[in-house]
Write a protein that binds this ligand. Sequence first.
Ligand code: TK8
Length: 334
Amino acid sequence: MKTRILALAAVSLLALALPATAEIKDRNIRVSNGVNADHPVGDGVKAMTQCVTDKSGGKIKLTAFWGGALGGDLQATQALRSGTQEMVITSTSPLVGIAPALGVFDLPFLFANEKEADAVLDGEFGKHVSDMLPNYGLVNLAYWENGFRNLTNSKVPVEKWEDLNGMKVRVMQNNIFLDTFKNMGANATPMAFGEVFAALETKAIDAQENPFVTIDTSKFYEVQNYLSVTRHAYTPFMVLFSKPIWDTYSPEEQTILSECAVVGRDAQRKASRELSEKSLAKLKEAGMKVNELSPDEQNRMREKAQVVYEKHAGSIGADVVKRIQDALAEVRKN
Ligand code: TK8
């Protein structure tokens, strides 16, 4: 008996003495995206990958799959929940069917600028939403930037909300975006991102809305004539990890991935904001006719869209809507 206790003590001491790297195993993490590698998400993934390699001594590897190669946002997110894929960088909007509170980010004209968005997403409110996700089999490592959304179409310049009347506008798959555009008279069509280019090319739809950098890197300028700067919503990306797989990782491995997702976040946001103006210039050079809504027309569109808040506060969670409005009020005080 004495020998067994001594042996147990020896093993325990040995385990304590082992370097932390023993807790870092060889891992191959697949991370999928709906955008292309030249989108600023590519800069974020590059920075995160370098960070993970450095901190794990090369044992943890990230492999990125672009352009929806592993399925769209919702499909990839479901693969994470079932533990068949490790990671996805996805917009929040298509996931409202999984986590209704995510719809809060789709409320029209919620954020006025990137500074507000960063402060709310990286602050208590963003954590409050992230803390809901393990219940759905997901871990959010960081918020990256999709960005402020603007409308493109193949028919007419949109200078006021009434110009949307009857226009077939593709929207992300959730009822808040659907109602935002239906409420302005558009014929709104929910559709996965991967189907948008072909639908525009065949004129199955007239219009779509995305940030400049996405319109650029997904080459929508090849099949759209008009760009109207509306900034009608700001969409975050989430860096989601499969919780079933996450739970098999050691605390050291989890810390490396969490810290490096934030390193990636800062690189990705920087790249997104640097590329945005360049993308706008490229869209003009590519022949798109660009118009900015006048401040009056932006206010009219904002007022027209307010009814969406009342209609969807219940499905999002009235407490969630109030919490983000309080968070914004706090940010705006400073
Ligand atoms: C890319 C999408 C895209 C989003 C959309 O996977 O669906 O329009 O803005 O960025 O998440």
